[in-house]
Design a protein around this ligand. Structure first.
Ligand SMILES: O=C(O)[C@H]1O[C@H](OP(=O)(O)OP(=O)(O)OC[C@H]2O[C@@H](n3ccc(=O)[nH]c3=O)[C@H](O)[C@@H]2O)[C@H](O)[C@@H](O)[C@@H]1O
Length: 964
């Protein structure tokens, strides 16, 4: 630094003209100045990641926070937007959601781009979701949101001349406002990898990103040297401050195995290109333009080192795969092909083969596939790599496993090895491509990364494949499949389950979502769990006992009161408790046995430790059911409740206390808790006294409801005058009068429209469920519950919010479906008065709705919601909720959405087409024929437009939330 000062002091002019020369005068050859000490990777680190919505970038962000709890993450991704306007750094708009620009940008997008965008959006949401989660009950913990910033902008062009209008280039803006950046990980790259097609996309600028970053790093050095120059030479302390203020971040960037020439398979290439590929092998001809551009990046890195002393670590990634990977890559497409094909046996589409970009990926090509977790590990190791003091030149490492596999092996050996006929089709079609060129082989030498980085891939391909397939499958059908499971699907299921069981999976804490990734995180007692991958809980024993006790019941009423200090269940002691407030359906009502038997169908889950259980035991309030052949244990009786004490086994229950989703497992996911005869399971709050239960059940059973409107779940709001959650007193509750379709009413209550926003939100008080009726036999009902449960588990949201949201979504899709198939308007009810507020309810809905909730109350909450949403003044939690919801709506329901769209498409088209064609056939005149054909064409177009438009609206909407 001292040397740099001297020279700079004497060279002011040169300094202006050639700012890049800072500190370079003392040593002309290698490192021009002593590089500033490299920063540590720890909880003080501030990490800039480019391409953060990409596959690797998003996983890295999560891992950095999880592993090192880094102080700040600055995430940059253009999300596929390439307009020049986007490349300027615009401070995030506070009160301007900028939807116009977004809209314009969207117009450019076709569906594929949209879905890629959607994937990136989901990734970045996920990052936000997991990293900014704020505990709403804890006021002190509310600054998480500051620790992560997302810049949705193009980092190119990075050449300052472009910015003579006074805009600040994105990177300069970021580096300027965050001088404390300690690490830069540069992953941004064009979407299409493996692209060997020439010419490249004209708009896809190659240079710019890498120089952009290197220039920023150089500027840091320049500023540092300038600052050092003005400080008093003798003042060491000040000099140290300067050094500290202008830290040079550790720079890691992505290169690719495509820099190696794996394409040439001739004899001499084996000599010039021996396997495995070693980093020290001179590179002559990269295998693709992508490889060539990465080679440019490596050369730039080296140039910036020799001219400015900037140290960097390049990582030559071999193909990375895994959950959240990129469609269009080998493993992803193959896995997807299998998963979707098996879901949809009617599909003739061969997506794998028809993908243009896949042409080069021959079955026989041997590649070194790297699981995402390993790739991320390699980056984190690289972020901590320290070059030897005597030679601090930039380094490049392979990121591979050292082993090569062909896609054929992946498909035939690692994915289920027996395909049905369709599998044969894949094979033979691919054979044709095989004839085009010889297969290639590429795999990494791991020696260097192993010895210097300490990196060694941990996940064997077979395990990684199983995890990827599990993820894809979960994503495509998050809550199991429909009843018509194909045999192929069963095989895939068992394959995946077996592989997961066999895989030496680490024991995951149930809270460690990352560890559990690829495995289900549902508790075993939940009806949504799958064998092998569920997590045990204290509910497991309770579920089997409760199944036994309730066998023979037609309906079950249950409540949950796990408080350790519970003295009583208020409803049990209420003197008003009549035979109408509990369940005894299907069982004899006369005599003592009848009374007791009724009690068997009224289950209260309580804590074994509670004074209530102790007291009832000591008072001998127990009974055995003499008539029962199942040899039931002695049961504790409390009023009309039969208590089912839960043991706080091995700390599980206590570990989970506070986890709403687990504490209320039977409330949300009752499917496994009751005997197979049970058709309806009714949850009530411990203090709620339900009037006339038999009649409600009869109505549920009446079958008077339209089939498609049955959501098979009913919920009731709490009465304002009485708090059912208050455990000291009871709350009377009455069934709404003259309402023969309670479920539908409930369903209508949460209608949202496109205009009213997908958000839901704000209706919580309406849906606050003290009372829920579950229909246990419908698949739809189970799907719905699992949706709700997944929402609650995944996002830690409360049941009420989850229910509300999922209902809204189900409703949304139902309406969209209805609209497409029968033309029902999607527009908000145009019918005057209150309805026009949000347009949520149709007039008939409002009528039945009003029977349950006084309308002012609804209007109030709706108006409030509207205000919040419209003013964009959403509080942090609202914002978070909104993000959650939008994110979830897409990830959880993708499959359902896809199915719904398909179905609608088929219905709409087929029917209309058929009708129109019939008409054509019946009309002999040419003119009529022409008209009819026109109509067919128009109909088809209309429909397509509707779908496109609504998809666009959804994405636009989501994007607005992103901006928000
Ligand atoms: O295997 C490889 O060779 C690639 O591995 C990773 O790529 P990956 O994370 O799998 O790729 P993407 O998921 O496509 O991520 C790149 C991200 O950069 C973003 N991007 C791209 C270009 C750009 O100018 N700005 C920008 O933000 C894209 O939107 C995208 O989200 C690295 O990020 C790439 O640099 C590398 O080329």
């Amino acid at each position: 630094v001292a040397a740099a000062e001297d020279s700079n002091n004497n060279n002011d002019d040169i300094d202006n003209d050639q700012p890049t020369q800072s500190g370079d005068n003392s040593q002309q050859s290698s490192p021009p100045q002593t590089p500033p000490p490299l920063p540590l990777l720890d909880s003080n680190s501030v990490v800039l990641i480019t391409g953060a919505a990409g596959f690797i970038g998003s996983e890295l962000a999560l891992a950095l926070k999880r592993t090192y709890n880094v102080n700040k993450l600055l995430l940059v991704d253009h999300m596929g937007m390439e307009s020049d306007n986007e490349s300027v750094f615009v401070p995030p708009p506070k009160d301007n959601a900028n939807t116009y620009t977004a809209k314009k940008a969207y117009e450019k997008y076709d569906k594929e781009a949209l879905s890629l965008f959607e994937l990136k959006r989901q990734r970045i949401f996920r990052v936000f979701q997991e990293l900014t989660a704020v505990n709403l009950d804890d006021d002190s913990n509310n600054n998480n949101a500051d620790s992560i910033k997302f810049y949705r902008a193009d980092m190119r062009p990075s050449i300052p001349e472009f910015f003579d209008m006074g805009e600040l280039p994105l990177l300069e803006g970021i580096f300027g406002s965050h001088p404390d950046i300690t690490h830069v990980v540069h992953l941004a790259d064009d979407d299409i990898k493996n692209q060997a097609i020439i010419p490249r996309n004209r708009d896809s600028v190659k240079a710019g990103r890498m120089e952009g970053i290197l220039e920023e790093l150089r500027l840091i050095l320049e500023r540092r040297a300038a600052a050092a120059a003005v400080t008093d030479e003798k003042d060491n302390e000040e000099e140290e401050n300067v050094v500290a203020a202008y830290r040079l971040p550790q720079f890691v960037y992505a290169s690719s195995y495509e820099v190696y020439d794996y394409l040439s398979t001739s004899e001499d290439s084996e000599q010039s290109n021996p396997l495995p590929f070693r980093e020290d092998k001179p590179i002559t001809t990269p295998s693709s333009l992508h490889g060539a551009s990465k080679l440019i990046d490596e050369i730039l890195a080296s140039a910036y080192h020799s001219t400015h002393g900037i140290f960097s670590v390049g990582l030559r990634f071999f193909p990375v795969y895994g959950p959240w990977g990129n469609p269009g890559t080998d493993v992803y497409d193959l896995a997807e092909d299998m998963c979707f094909r098996s879901f949809d046996d009617n599909s003739d589409e061969d997506s794998f083969i028809h993908d243009e970009n896949m042409r080069d990926n021959f079955d026989e090509d041997i590649k070194d596939y790297v699981y995402i977790d390993d790739a991320v590990d390699a980056i984190m190791n690289a972020m901590q790599y320290r070059p030897p003091a005597q030679d601090p030149s930039p380094v490049v490492f392979n990121v591979g496993t050292g082993k090569g596999f062909s896609l054929k092996q992946v498909r035939d050996e690692m994915m289920p090895n027996s395909f049905d006929n369709k599998g044969q089709t894949i094979r033979s079609t691919k054979q044709q491509y095989n004839s085009q060129r010889q297969a290639t082989t590429s795999y990494a030498s791991t020696e260097l990364s192993n010895s210097l980085l300490g990196f060694k891939a941990q996940v064997p391909l077979s395990v990684g494949i199983a995890k990827t397939m599990t993820w894809l499958r979960e994503r495509s059908a998050p809550f199991g499949k429909d009843s018509k499971v194909s045999t192929l699907q069963k095989r895939i299921d068992s394959f995946v389950d077996n592989s997961l069981a066999k895989a030496t999976r680490e024991e995951c804490s149930p809270f460690d979502r990352e560890c559990l990734r690829g495995a289900s995180i549902f508790p075993c007692a939940s009806e949504c769990s799958k064998a092998e991958s569920c997590t045990p809980s204290a509910w497991d024993d309770a579920a089997s006992l409760s199944r036994l006790i309730t066998s023979g019941c037609d309906a079950v009423m249950f409540t949950i009161l796990l408080d350790k200090d519970a003295e009583q269940i208020p409803s049990a002691n209420a003197s008003t408790a009549s035979s109408l407030s509990f369940v005894g359906a299907g069982l004899p009502e006369i005599g003592d046995v009848g009374e007791r038997t009724k009690a068997r169908c009224n289950i209260a889950f309580v804590s074994e430790e509670s004074p209530l259980v102790q007291r009832l035991r000591s008072e001998g309030e127990v009974y055995t059911d003499d008539n029962d052949s199942n040899e039931l244990p002695e049961m504790i009786r409390h009023g009309y409740w039969t208590l089912l004490p839960l043991k706080p086994s091995s700390g599980w229950m206590s570990a989970f206390s506070g986890s709403f989703a687990l504490e209320h497992l039977p409330k949300i996911s009752p499917g496994q808790f009751f005997g197979s005869s049970v058709r309806y399971a009714i949850f009530v709050e411990p203090s709620l006294l339900v009037a006339d239960l038999p009649r409600i059940l009869k109505q549920m059973d009446g079958g008077s409801m339209e089939k498609d409107s049955v959501i098979a779940m009913m919920a009731m709001k709490r009465r304002q005058s009485c708090d059912a959650s208050d455990r000291r007193s009871t709350c009377p509750w009455t069934r709404p009068q003259d309402n023969d379709s309670i479920q539908r009413t409930m369903h209508n209550m949460v209608r949202v429209t496109l205009k009213g926003d997908l958000l839901g939100g704000g209706l919580t008080q309406v849906i606050d469920s003290s009372f829920l009726v579950h229909s246990l036999q419908g698949e739809d009902a189970k799907m719905l519950r699992c949706d709700v449960y997944s929402e609650a588990v995944q996002w830690g949201s409360s049941l009420d919010a989850s229910l509300e949201f999922i209902l809204s979504l189900h409703d949304f899709w139902r309406r969209a479906g209805k609209h497409w198939s029968s033309g029902e308007s999607l527009e908000p009810g145009s019918v005057n008065t209150e309805n026009s507020l949000l347009g949520v309810l149709s007039s008939s809905d409002t009528q039945s709705f009003a029977q349950i909730v006084p309308s002012e109350e609804v209007i109030h909450s709706l108006a409030f919601l509207l205000k919040v949403v419209n003013s964009h003044l959403a509080l942090d939690w609202a914002k978070k909720k909104a993000l959650e919801k939008v994110a979830n709506s897409h990830s959880a329901l993708d499959w359902a959405k896809k199915k719904a769209l398909e179905k609608v498409a088929n219905l709409a088209l087929d029917w209309e087409k058929k009708k129109a064609l019939e008409k054509v056939a019946n009309l002999a005149l040419d003119w009529e024929k022409k008209k009819a054909l026109e109509k067919v064409a128009n109909l088809a177009l209309d429909w397509q437009q509707t779908v496109l438009q609504s998809e666009r609206m959804l994405v636009l909407y989501s994007e607005r939330m992103l901006v928000l």
